[in-house]
Design a protein around this ligand. Sequence first.
Ligand SMILES: Cc1ncc(COP(=O)(O)O)c(C=O)c1O
Length: 430
Amino acid sequence: MLDPQAAEINEVIAESNPHVFDMLSERGRAIFFPAKGILAQTAQASGKGINATIGTALEDEGATIGLSSMASQVVSGDTNLFAYAPNLGKPEIRGAWKRMMLKKNPALREGGISTPIVASSLTHGLSAAGALFVDRGDKIVTPDLFWENYNLVFNYAYGSEFDAFPMFGGGGFNAGALRQKLLGGGAGKKIVILNFPNNPTGYTLTVEEADAVRDAVVEAAEAGNNIVALIDDAYFGLVFEGGILRESIFSLLAGAHERVLAVKIDGPTKEDYAWGLRIGFVTFGCARGGAEFYKAMESKLGGSIRGSTSSSSNLGQALLLRAYETPSYEAEKAQKYEVLRRRYKKIREILDNRKEYGEYLRPLPFNSGYFMCLEVKNGKADEVRRILLDKYDTGVIALDNLLRVAFSSTPYELLEKLFDNIYNAAKEAV
Ligand SMILES: Cc1ncc(COP(=O)(O)O)c(C=O)c1O
């Protein structure tokens, strides 16, 4: 199944030089740099007075958020940092990340998970894990609201297809629909991808929903399915309400069943406000594991990394490691968390107070992360986005019938105006 963007580019290559087109592999024919979608919409919003398209976090004054424990080391003069890091990552940072993971997820057992392997970002970690588990024609079970780049990472690169279920039902996560997907189609290998806090919705499971997800996965495993659970924890820790799962869903799945392999893909990109460092981690957890098993799995993933980027940035790892050893690191993080939580609370207040928005817009459930989504009731989300750009000096992302609003990059003082602008544009897009 070729994306129309890939087909368009293929035509250009075939017309310009059919010999080169003949040289392309099946994967080469499927892949393309997405000129439409989120990246293009973000580019169109560049320079607008209010820009709620950006998936990084900005201070209210507009500067990029950063932890001073990292920023203070940028001029280091240490030439050792130009050396290669080990292929699987510096042992010290692998150990530090594991210790921090165990602290942030008290339900995990030290011996129940592997030592994290360093990848060159979460995207690379997802891709390296995909190389191990995704075959051509495989179906990947996912909620229907997911980060669009999964298409390139999995489908166009490895030839899989998504088997999506409606993410929400009855006002919360639709664990019943997930259960049906995992139990459907006869026993076999099932791959599922879960991402909380979610991009684009900003939703994290409640504690009860997380239990229901674990139960569904275990039930499917009991029925003879072998389940690979890819867990994208990019926005881990940014939860803004009570009663919501504070640990990763990895904690609940890592030791759930011998037929369940949980693969945690996480990193400092969003958690530590270090988007450009390009460091991520991949960690395995399985009820039937043990030290030798985890070493063997490390070798598998290590091979996938060795054959793609070979190793990850030494400079990035060194900088992070020093930050993690800085006594003020936790306090710095807490302060940045508060910047985002304050904006989240403000949006809740705006939505509570402005009942008139309900005629045109419906917020999807959200409680965490960088984003929230508004459903445009008449379905014309892209038209609303265009009106916002042209008339209201405002950028948001349109995804089908939804608008994704990044409060991570919108100053607190502009939030009311942002939502009023969206409301006014929605009124006009009839
Ligand atoms: C859900 C999700 N996973 C992964 C990433 C990318 O992380 P990285 O920049 O480390 O590749 C993003 C960034 O937008 C994301 O939203």
